[in-house]
Design a binder for this molecule. Structure first.
Ligand code: NDP
Length: 311
C-alpha cells in the first residue's frame, strides 16, 4: 500500500519542492502519494515548516513522522497536538555548508579588521597587521550539526576554537566544554563568540551582561542562532561601554526587525535579515526522502527532536 506524504510548508514553496521530492522518493523506490491536500486520517508523513497553516495535528491519526524543513524547532516543539516523532533539518551539503560560509566570513571580517580598510573616509594609512588566527580565541556556543561544522572550519583556518554544549563532547580540533559549569570558562577571554544554540527556556538570554563581561574587552559577538539567546539591552550597554566592539546579528526577537529598533541605527551592529543559512530545496528533499524511506523500511528516523529538551 502506498504511503501518503502531505506537504504542509508554505504554499509558495510547493512548486519548488514537488519535483525535487518526487525525484528523491522515486530514487528510493517508494510507492507514495505526495500532495498538499489529503484527508488527515490518510496521512503518513508531513513535510512541515513552522510557518505552516497546519497547527492542529489531532486529526492526523496514523501519522508516522513530521519532517521539519527547518533546523530550528522552537515553533513546533511545544505543540501538544503533535504526538508523532518530529525530525528536524540536518543537511550537510545545504544548510550546514551555508552556515559555515556565513560564520567563517563574519569571523574573518572581525579577525582581519576589514571594516577599518573598507570604511576609511579619511584615507588613513594605518599599517597595523592583524594577529594570526592561532592568537585569536573564538568560542562557539552550541556544538550541534552547525556548531561543530563551523568550529572545525575555523580550527582548520588555525583559530583557537572552544566549543560549548549541554552534554560532554569530544570534537577533533576543538577544546570542548559543557554544562553550566563550563560556560564561564568557555566565555572567559574569548575575542569572538558565535551563538549556534537553539532557542529553549535554558538558552534564552544566555549572553547577558554577566556573560559579556567575561569576554575579552572589545570582543565581537556573532549571532546566527536565535534572537532570544542575547539580552538586547545588555548588548547595547556593552557596545556603548566598549566591552563589545561589534555585534553581527542575523536573528532577532521580532522578525523582520522593526524599522525603529535601535539595532538598525547602532554603529556597532551589523544586521543581516535571517539569511545566515537557509534550507536548500535540492538537498533538503534528499534528507526528507531518506527519512521517509527509513520509516517505510523500519529503520529509526534520523535527526529526531528531543521534545522535552526543546531541540
Ligand atoms: P543542534 O540541535 O544540532 O545543536 C544544538 C547545540 O546546542 C547542541 O550542541 C546542544 O548541546 C546545544 N545546547 C542546547 N541546549 C543547551 C544548553 N542548555 N546548554 C548548552 N548547550 C546547549 O542544532 P543545529 O546545530 O542544527 O542548529 C543550531 C541552531 O541554529 C538552530 O536551533 C537554529 O536556531 C539556528 N539556525 C539558524 C539559521 C539561520 O539562518 N540564522 C539556520 C539554521 C539554524 P548537546 O550537543 O549537548 O545536545
Amino acid at each position: 500500500m502506498s504511503t501518503t506524504v502531505l506537504f504542509a510548508a508554505r504554499d509558495t514553496r510547493w512548486d519548488i519542492y514537488e519535483p525535487l521530492l518526487r525525484a528523491a522518493l522515486d530514487e528510493r523506490g517508494l510507492d507514495y502519494r505526495l500532495g498538499t491536500d489529503f484527508e488527515p486520517q490518510e496521512v503518513d508523513y508531513i513535510v512541515y515548516a513552522p510557518d505552516s497553516h497546519l497547527q492542529d495535528f489531532t486529526p492526523y491519526t496514523k501519522l508516522k513522522a513530521v519532517l521539519n524543513l527547518w533546523a530550528g524547532v522552537e515553533g513546533i516543539t511545544g505543540n501538544q497536538t503533535l504526538r508523532a516523532p518530529l525530525a528536524r533539518m540536518v543537511d550537510d551539503q545545504g544548510l550546514t555548508q551555508g552556515m559555515v560560509e556565513w560564520v567563517t566570513g563574519h569571523v574573518l571580517r572581525h579577525h582581519l579588521g576589514m571594516d577599518s580598510h573598507i570604511l576609511n573616509p579619511d584615507h588613513a594609512w594605518s599599517p597595523n597587521a592583524p594577529p594570526l588566527a592561532p592568537e585569536r580565541p573564538v568560542t562557539i556556543l552550541g556544538l550541534g550539526a552547525l556548531g561543530i561544522a563551523c568550529g572545525q572550519a575555523l580550527a582548520q583556518l588555525g583559530f583557537d576554537v572552544t566549543g560549548w554544549s549541554r552534554t560532554a563532547k569530544s570534537v577533533e580540533g576543538l577544546r570542548c566544554l559543557n554544562g553550566p559549569e563550563g560556560l564561564s570558562d568557555a566565555l572567559t577571554g574569548a575575542q569572538i563568540v558565535v551563538l549556534l544554540l537553539p532557542d529553549t527556556p535554558h538558552t534564552q538570554n544566555i549572553l547577558d551582561a554577566a556573560a559579556m563581561a567575561k569576554l575579552e574587552t572589545g570582543a565581537a559577538v556573532i549571532n546566527p542562532g536565535r534572537g532570544p539567546l542575547i539580552d538586547d539591552e545588555a548588548l547595547l550597554a556593552a557596545l556603548d561601554s566598549g566591552q563589545i566592539s561589534h555585534a553581527t546579528l542575523d536573528v532577532f526577537r521580532i522578525e523582520p526587525l522593526p524599522e525603529d529598533h535601535p539595532f538598525w541605527a547602532h554603529p556597532g551592529i551589523t544586521v543581516t535579515p535571517h539569511i545566515a543559512s537557509e534550507t536548500r530545496p535540492a538537498t533538503a528533499a534528499q534528507v526528507v526522502a531518506d527519512n521517509i524511506a527509513r520509516g517505510e523500511n523500519g529503520a529509526p528516523f534520523l535527526h529526531l527532536v528531543d521534545r522535552a529538551a526543546g531541540y
